[in-house]
Design a protein around this ligand. Sequence first.
Ligand code: AMO
Length: 434
Amino acid sequence: MPAISTSDSVASMPEGSEVRISGWVEEIRDLGGISFYLVRDGYGYVQVTVSRKGAGADIISALSDIQRESVIEVTGKVRRSEKARMGFELVPYDVKVLSKADAPLPMGVSDRVETEFDTRLDNRFIDLRKQENGAVYRIRSEFAYQLRSFLREMRFVEVSTPKIVSEGAEGGATLFRVDYFGRKAFLAQSPQLYKQILMASGLNRVYEISPAYRAELSDTVRHTSEFISFDAEMAFIDGLEDVLNVLEGLMARTFSATSGFLRETYPSMNVPPVPRTPFPRLSYTECLDMLSSEGRDLREGDDLDTDAEKAIGRIMKEKGYEMYFITMYPASIKPFYIMEKGDGMSFSFDLEYNGVEMASGGQREHRHERLVERMKSKNLRPGDFEFYLKAFRYGMPPHGGWGLGFDRLIASYLRLGNIREAILFPRDRSRLSP
Ligand code: AMO
């Protein structure tokens, strides 16, 4: 018996080849003398054509009591056919039912009707059987692969840091508490403190692509309580520009490499454009001026809210830029670990993509005393962060980096409208299962 082949590999096999395929029965059509079973295996389709005459009758009877979406295995011969969906059909001499599906299905696979998003998430395993939904995760995987491959070229080391932690780095409001053998602990909001500690280790350039947890109370299309944070940190930088250059190069190369994959794998898809480089660097102050010329007056010291970000996004898009940096935010609205510039501003930045924040980062305060001062100015107790501060007392190089919302980037890249479309099993205030 031949080994199991995938539908896409069968497509190029010559007439008469003997093959075994396995997949879900998407459609059953019985035309009296002849029956068609459309089998989907995750790579494409194979039409199995059985005539009721001779041995075909046994095959039809073996498949007579299965419902759509049951899993079958079919062994037979390839026959070229203009009429079949993939240009060929399989004429079987043996079939096995491997797993029967119940009826009715909780949601359709091939139906044109739109299913409610909650129903789709409740039945994600079926939702992903739809080619366009499964494609999101194939593309996401390719994107991550390309990202890792460029980071490796740039001598970054992939690391994993703890997700059960004793202190948060991004403010108390979104911390999830955990009972850790009777002690107070939290789920990590970001790897911030650990990636910075590693800057004193000689690994020099590290990155991590891992879950981060935030008790997000607001229900938006950009936030979930568990997301994948793509963090990087680099030692021995000369200034913020070194960090911006690496992130810009990484984005441009990853977008471009993923475009190649998309054109090959999904020829009919609209491939998202590679953002134009160099990404403009707009200072926070320039952004306030841009907004004021649009009739929106923000006070110096206010953070840019979602509407302000969108307005800037529209202006930049008109200029031909989808990605750009907003830099030098007021020190007062950035976390304690960001280095102050001296004029009330800070060496901080956000990476924006079509008016939505994808990443934030900056040059870090690596001088122990100043770091302690900054913590105190933010009403944090340095004593609680001793494990972190210690790394700044025995030789800490200047460093900087970023944290990028990976799911958010994929959702924006594929124009999905809701971050949850790019997360297999999203976690938010109302969702804890599946
Ligand atoms: P920040 O808090 O801005 O920075 O987070 C970094 C990026 O993570 C994404 N993000 C989220 N994505 C989905 N759901 C959420 N609830 C959510 N919260 C944040 C965003 C955001 O830009 N330690 C710093 C980074 C650094 O300075 O290196 C940090 O965590 O895309």
